[in-house]
Design a protein around this ligand. Structure first.
Ligand code: 0WD
Length: 256
């Protein structure tokens, strides 16, 4: 259908076909959005090119962007402005922490590892929002991805849980800043999904198993269900929702 017709949307964080951001991309393209991508690294770029070809999408704009560098974000948004003019939505689907710090005792987190997780997984949303605002002249929607490890101490999630807590707090402050410009800012707290990033968390398969046993719906969440909520938030159906964290997790957070 046409839920995103005439909407210009930036998707950040497609790495491969398992990426949550790729599922969101397919959904948005299906709803007639005009999608631009940022990618990190040549492998992600090659994947994106291949996938877009498979979907029959020609001339999508791919912009390289390392979110640890302000000048990279700035350049990416300048390129975006040239290509799209007005921006209506941003999907921020980016996170990173050292594998060695996604296991064991949280108190062993190094200063460097802590700061890097915060930088890539949390601060990046702040910088992205700053550069997105001037392009969102018709109002818009900023959506990020988070996980329950922000609200609870979930085994092995450690430093990333702390980064996600900061990310969710940022969502609230950004919602206040950008509300007067008719820009909404929300997070989606997705249940665990087998992706490259998830594999960095020690014993992730045990986490998946425990989830299925306990979640009210007795199953894992589908990536497409996460994409559907992103669609709702970026479409005209989601106006009026801001500063919110929507759990798309088959109800796990109410019982688990
Ligand atoms: O269970 C899960 N998979 C869940 C993921 C449950 C709940 C939330 N999430 C979140 C993640 O924390 C993340 O914020 O969803 C978001 C997307 O994660 P994903 O789809 O699970 O993982 P992935 O496909 O690996 O995408 C994350 C991407 C990176 O992938 P790689 O595999 O290359 O690390 O974040 C990007 C990169 O494309 N990324 C960067 N982008 C720009 N600059 C940077 C960077 N410095 N570092 C990583």
């Amino acid at each position: 259908s046409n839920l995103l017709k005439d909407k210009n949307i930036l998707i950040m964080g497609v790495a491969n076909k398992w990426s949550i951001a790729w599922s969101i991309s397919k959904k948005f393209i299906g709803e007639k959005a005009n999608v631009t991508f940022t990618y990190f690294g040549e492998k992600s770029k090659a994947n994106l090119e291949k996938f877009l070809k498979q979907e029959g999408i020609e001339n999508a704009t791919l912009i390289s962007c390392d979110v640890t560098k302000d000048e990279d974000i700035q350049r990416a948004f300048e390129e975006l402005k040239d290509k799209m003019g007005v921006l209506h939505g941003v999907v921020h689907s980016i996170a990173f922490a050292n594998k060695e710090e996604l296991q064991g005792f949280y108190y062993n987190t190094s200063r460097e590892g802590y700061l890097m997780a915060q930088d890539i997984s949390s601060y990046s949303l702040v910088a992205v929002s700053r550069y997105a605002k001037p392009l969102m002249t018709e109002g818009g929607s900023i959506v990020t991805l988070t996980y329950l490890g922000s609200e609870r101490a979930i085994k092995n999630y450690n430093v990333m849980g702390v980064a996600k807590a900061a990310l969710e707090a940022s969502v609230r402050y950004l919602a206040v800043d950008l509300g007067p410009s008719n820009i909404t800012v929300n997070s989606i707290s997705a249940g665990p999904i087998k992706t490259t990033s998830a594999k960095g968390v020690k014993n992730f398969s045990a986490l998946l198993k425990g989830f299925e046993e306990v979640a009210p719906m007795r199953r894992l969440v589908k990536t497409e269900e996460v994409a559907n909520t992103a669609l709702f938030l970026c479409s005209d159906l989601g106006t009026g929702v801001t500063g919110e964290n929507i759990h798309v997790d088959c109800g796990y957070h109410i019982v688990g």
